[in-house]
Design a protein around this ligand. Structure first.
Ligand code: AMP
Ligand code: MG
Length: 503
């Protein structure tokens, strides 16, 4: 860093392994400078764990980097090329409003992508302006950090800066840039891009790079590319089970929004479910419910099949054999997912050992929750603390009967009631980022420039399993509304593409 008076080193320690990959995988370019950057929020613990100096990041020179006005030493900014099935339709995409600045090597030797989202146009922008608005970037910050605290693999948010420039959506909005931190930005769509438009050699280079970066343990396997497929399947089975267990709805599970690392990525129209209903959809653009809560495991499998297709030439020289290997691997996904989900559900109910009837015990509870529209998070929290909440569900004889069966089930394990309670505390969050609370925080931030509401929300969300008194306020439900909650993706080109795509 040369700009500003910062004497203290920021701590950037960047490598650029992606920039050493074949040139067709990306386009090198710098962020487009912005008029007057202002730091809105900085994630101090994350900065520190990355080996960055908080004070230096907050200095004029530090903020210039977060806004794309300055390039840190060692950075080689680039836009990544990728493709993707958006609502089932295949498109060429790429970073249209984001740039990979470099890969930060942390003091522990870990490697994380540092990406600026909203940093200006790129060759992949199509009709878009390359920019992002403050509300959606703060929303990604809040939800990604909440997901991390919930123990769900996710990209993280290092900072949000405003640009001092407006972005034009339905109305004029404040422009902003989010600094996103990820294990990598390799997506199913990255493989789709190379498989479709790259050479056989390039596909192998991408697969080898991925193995080295994310799956070094299987790199030396006899069939490393089959192992790659199996490992990605495993990570997605773990991830999607974790989403289901906390009631998270991604909203846009396009293949370009599915990582190879197994982290949740791209917080667009995502949200957490209040009342339990598998058909819940929040996204205003998901007209057909393709990405509804109950559909997420199925869509995960569909996306993984698209990933498997890209690997076919590497799986076996004989196409038929390759297809068979891919199919076998993909057919494991539902079972892997279910096993993860069942283990998580047992923990949510304080169950340590396994009984064959556990599945139906869980399904019965969920069935009642759906029937009586019981709040997903609060029901499990109430069960954890033995509270008979004043809800329709808790007043029914059906529930009383189920409760007896559950108590009897807990009696059929060696662990004490206290251990069960502890397991449930650690498996059932006190709170989730409730939609009305997130909206309230965003409204104060964006309309009034008051960030205190968001800061309080971030504080309680940072320890969801603490079950502390200050969290109680945040677990109350929104006032009944006749209008279902909808998250609107900023009407940018993606939205328009998707609207056209949804037949
Ligand atoms: P995402 O919302 O990140 O999943 O975006 C899907 C695709 O649309 C990606 O190729 C994005 O880079 C691109 N995109 C989204 N918004 C914009 C924008 N405002 N300008 C340019 N490209 C965009
Ligand atoms: Mg995306």
């Amino acid at each position: 860093m040369t700009k500003g008076k910062a004497i203290i080193e920021t701590g950037w320690n960047l490598d650029n392994s992606y920039a050493r990959l074949p040139k067709s995988f990306f386009t090198s370019l710098n962020p487009t400078p912005v008029r007057s950057p202002k730091l809105i929020i900085l994630n101090n613990p994350l900065a520190t764990s990355l080996g960055l100096n908080v004070q230096a990041l907050q200095s004029e020179g530090g903020i210039e980097v977060l806004a794309g006005n300055g390039i840190p030493e060692g950075a080689l900014p680039l836009a990544q090329a990728y493709a993707g099935h958006q609502f089932g339709h295949f498109n060429m995409l790429g970073d249209g409003r984001a740039l990979l600045i470099g890969e930060q090597i942390t003091p522990l030797g870990e490697r994380f992508d540092i990406q600026l989202k909203g940093s200006g146009r790129t060759p992949y922008s199509r009709g878009g302006d390359g920019r992002a608005a403050l509300g959606p970037m703060l929303r990604e910050y809040i939800i990604s950090e909440a997901m991390h605290a919930l123990g769900i693999p996710t990209t993280r948010s290092l900072a949000v800066v405003t640009t001092g420039e407006p972005v034009i959506r339905e109305t004029e909005l404040a422009g902003a840039i989010l600094t996103r931190v990820a294990a990598s930005h390799l997506r199913v769509g990255t493989f789709q891009y190379v498989a479709n438009w790259g050479t056989a050699r390039e596909l192998r280079v991408l697969a080898d790079y991925t193995l080295k970066r994310h799956f070094p343990d299987v790199e030396a396997d006899e069939r490393p590319y089959l192992s790659l497929l199996q490992e990605v399947i495993k990570r997605q089975a773990v991830l999607i089970a974790k989403w289901q267990l906390v009631g998270f709805i991604h909203g846009v599970m396009n293949t370009d929004n599915m990582t190879i690392s197994g982290e949740t990525i791209d917080y667009g129209p995502c949200a957490f479910m209040d009342g339990y209903d598998p058909a819940t959809v929040f996204s205003s653009i998901d007209i057909r419910g393709r990405y509804a809560y109950g559909n997420q495991p199925h869509i995960g499998g569909w996306n993984l099949a698209r990933f498997a297709e890209t690997l076919l030439p590497l799986l076996h020289e004989n196409q038929e054999e390759a297809v068979k290997l891919a199919q076998d691997a993909i057919s494991d996904f539902p079972e892997l997912y279910h096993r993860n989900w069942l283990a998580g559900m047992r923990a949510k109910l304080g169950i340590f050992n396994e009984e064959i009837q556990d599945g139906s015990l869980i399904e019965d509870l969920l069935g009642m929750m759906e029937k009586y529209r019981a709040d997903y998070t609060n029901t499990f929290r109430a069960l954890t603390f033995g509270i008979q909440e004043d809800t329709v569900l808790f007043g029914t004889p059906e529930f009383a009967q189920w409760h007896e069966l559950w108590q009897a089930r807990l009696g059929r394990q060696q662990e004490s009631k206290a251990s069960s309670h502890q397991l449930m505390r650690n498996s059932n969050p006190a709170l989730i980022p409730r939609n009305h609370r997130v909206e309230e925080a965003l409204e104060a931030a964006v309309k009034q420039g008051d960030y205190s509401v968001m800061e309080r929300l971030l504080d309680v969300l940072s320890s969801p399993y603490a079950h502390s008194p200050k969290q109680a306020d945040y677990s109350t439900l929104p006032a009944p509304s006749t209008c279902p909650y909808r998250t609107f993706a900023v009407p940018d080109i993606e939205t328009l593409d998707q609207l056209i795509d949804v037949k």
